[in-house]
Write a protein that binds this ligand. Structure first.
Ligand SMILES: Cc1cc2nc3c(=O)[nH]c(=O)nc-3n(C[C@H](O)[C@H](O)[C@H](O)COP(=O)(O)O)c2cc1C
Length: 157
């Protein structure tokens, strides 16, 4: 099984988190593939994979520029995503009180609205806390991945 990490970023932090996960969690799943969100559409979810949305937040609670096409596509070309299971890593900064981690939260809302199933809680990182997103993100993923893999392999009743 493949874990496909879709990265939305402005200044690369989300990409570093994805790369740390790729190295640290390699033994927990057959394959990990990192894909930058640039120019993607909803069709990226056609693949038989486990998905991890890893994105920051910009503007006033917006998805990063490179995530815009994919995010919009979920709205303009909607299709049922009932076969999709995913997790979310949402990077933000709590000093933006009104829009904290909205990038990841917005993807979560749109994906679940199309029938995709989120496995586990969002992992939210606060840049103002002074903690390392790569460290906390990989620690979260080590817990999340076995649960998500089990959910993927469970036979439908
Ligand atoms: C101009 C600007 C706007 C931002 N707006 C928000 C925001 O609305 N909400 C939030 O939670 N974080 C916001 N952030 C914080 C980033 O999401 C956070 O620093 C993140 O770790 C950056 O990740 P990246 O390097 O992958 O883009 C903003 C940062 C900048 C520089």
């Amino acid at each position: 099984m493949k874990l496909k990490i879709l990265v939305g970023t402005m200044t690369n932090t989300a990409e570093y988190v994805a790369q740390a996960i790729e190295m640290d969690c390699a033994g927990l799943i057959d394959e990990i593939e990192i894909t930058m969100m640039d120019g993607l559409s909803i069709d990226v979810f056609d693949e038989d994979a486990l998905y991890l949305i890893c994105t920051s937040t910009y503007g006033s609670g917006d998805v990063p520029d490179n995530a815009r096409a994919l995010y919009d596509s979920l709205d303009t070309n909607p299709k049922y995503l009932g076969h999709v299971k995913y997790g979310v890593i949402a990077l933000g900064d709590r000093t933006y009180q009104q829009t904290f981690a909205f990038g990841g939260r917005k993807f979560d809302e749109r994906l679940s609205g199309l029938g995709a199933q989120r496995i586990g809680d969002l992992f939210i990182h606060d840049a103002s806390a002074g903690t390392m997103p790569e460290e906390l993100g990989t620690a979260w993923c080590r817990e999340w991945l076995p649960v998500a893999v089990a959910a993927m392999t469970k036979q439908p009743a």
